[in-house]
Design a protein around this ligand. Structure first.
Ligand SMILES: C[S@@+](CC[C@H](N)C(=O)[O-])C[C@H]1O[C@@H](n2cnc3c(N)ncnc32)[C@H](O)[C@@H]1O
Length: 226
């Protein structure tokens, strides 16, 4: 029996390399997010990154708007990831590190919230409550960047997307065994939904604009405006 996927000490030090070889255009997606944030008013800005992992998102944003000295809140439910983030973000002194679970944590008031490939690890019935908390943490006009692995509602397209993703992982150096082991380890740990389910949930919560900022195969980023 394969062990379940965990964000622990075995993955934290190699996470950046692992995710950038696993998620198509991972680096470009972060580039687009941080470029978009650059267009937003930046004075006294508060940015919360939920499931911040190694802090890559915060580092990318800070590389573009660090001059304005934003306040960052980094939240993650993995202590090993948090320790790794502190190491990798040691040059940025305006980050508040919070070890906590999105499900029960109180979120700080923020101009921008990011959940980049984090919500997918929360069981589907608990997600609405998490999205409502994120909505409440934002002011009117505040931005929420939600990146997720989704699935296609069309069986034939879904199976082609899976094949193409498999090929990308192979090209990026993963063996067949590694790909299959990871897929099995994510069963009952990560859950995907089709994009339209997100759109209807986000709009029912109250987000006034929901746009797809990035999408490649089953990996996408929603830009949501309160
Ligand atoms: C795929 S990684 C996120 C990648 C990262 N956001 C980025 O931009 O590279 C998922 C992260 O979410 C964290 N996580 C998973 N479930 C969580 C939860 N319920 N609350 C807070 N963090 C969570 C994991 O510990 C992990 O660090």
């Amino acid at each position: 029996m394969n062990s379940k996927w965990k964000f622990d000490l075995t993955i934290a030090p190699i996470f950046n390399d692992h995710i950038s070889r696993s998620v198509p255009y991972y680096i470009d997606m972060h580039d687009i997010i941080s470029d978009y944030i650059k267009l937003h008013p930046k004075e006294k800005i508060i940015i919360t990154d939920i499931g911040g992992a190694t802090g890559y998102c915060i580092r990318e944003i800070n590389a573009k708007i660090g001059f304005y000295h934003p306040t960052y809140y980094y939240i993650d439910s993995s202590e090993d990831m948090l320790i790794q983030a502190k190491r990798e973000c040691c040059g940025i002194d305006n980050i508040h590190y919070i070890f906590g679970d999105l499900i029960d944590i109180e979120l700080p008031h923020s101009d921008i919230v990011l959940a980049v490939f984090t919500l997918q690890f929360i069981p589907i019935p608990l997600r609405k409550h998490c999205l409502e908390k994120i909505y409440s943490a934002l002011p009117p006009g505040g931005l929420f960047f939600l990146s997720e692995k989704v699935c296609s509602p069309y069986k034939d397209i879904e199976s082609n997307f899976i094949k193409l993703h498999y090929d990308i992982k192979t090209k990026n150096g993963f063996t067949d065994e590694e790909i299959i082991r990871k897929k099995e380890s994510l069963i009952d740990v990560m859950w995907t939904l089709p994009p339209d389910k997100y759109i209807s949930e986000l709009s029912s919560i109250g987000f006034s604009k929901i746009e797809i900022l990035f999408k490649c195969l089953n990996f996408l980023c929603f830009l949501c405006v309160k």
